[in-house]
Design a protein around this ligand. Sequence first.
Ligand SMILES: [Mg+2]
Length: 334
Amino acid sequence: MAASASASLTSSATEEEITLTVKWSGKEYTVRVCGNDSVAELKRSICELTNVLPKRQKLLYPKIGNKLADESVLLSQLPIKSSLKMTMIGTVEDDIIVDQVDSPEIVDDFELGQDEAVDIKDKEVNKQKLRKRIDQFKIELKNPCRPGKKLLVLDIDYTLFDHRSTAENPLELMRPYLHEFLTAVYAEYDIMIWSATSMKWVELKMGQLGVLNNPNYKITALLDHLAMITVQSDSRGIFDCKPLGLIWAKFPEFYSSKNTIMFDDLRRNFVMNPRNGLVIKPFKKAHANRDNDQELVKLTQYLLAIAELDDLSVLDHKNWEFFAEGNAKNHRRT
Ligand SMILES: [Mg+2]
């Protein structure tokens, strides 16, 4: 009894909503956060209102010193009160291409233990963050969902595009066979693109590569970093991930854990839905590798081979190369 009483006390303290006033560029914005949100999530909320990317924000708040510089700190650990005003210093990016090249290398991926991965997706605090994101985030459809189709969700950086190399024409950095891949899988899958960058960059990059308004396939929706959530793990602290549950909650009549697969070069992005992620080999050093990168050709075969299954989540996508091979052999035999 005592244990459960104290647990519920703790959770009500951290779930408490805090309404902050953030001053930026001569205007005041109202931001609503929870005690169990991290500074990273606060910055994401501010970004939604101001378009200043989280990494460009510096937050100033009386008597907190530089604690707000640590993005993993939870707001419940700071003496933040609803009545006080916070100041944000930061600039909206104009030249986002330059920014991409200058940005620091993303954090290395890491493998979470099987038990811990399960733990993260089942933790009440993480489920709650997902529910909050479902309430707040609106997915704008570029094209209607198609009944009977499965769903393919694609990352951009290092999955479809080498964003770290430079070239006069972005097409030089596009993963080989991208359009052939999207054209072929569109027969069986609706396609969404989800990048951990800003929507401005997603639209710009996909437009440059000819993915939007392509005559051979249609993109159902684009998602950006604002659709992500920050989760807590015991061994890795906090990190951002792409919860497919957001899409499933928005379009339950079309998509579920049974018919969705997501490609990303970072395994941690799947942590809320580990059964639905396939870790793609990163496409880096485009100039050296673009003549022999065959990943999208092989993955086309895999996606088309599994498209007839009723439940994709029973597959272990780690073995995808083996599956495609076995399937090809079976076809040859018959
Ligand atoms: Mg990536």
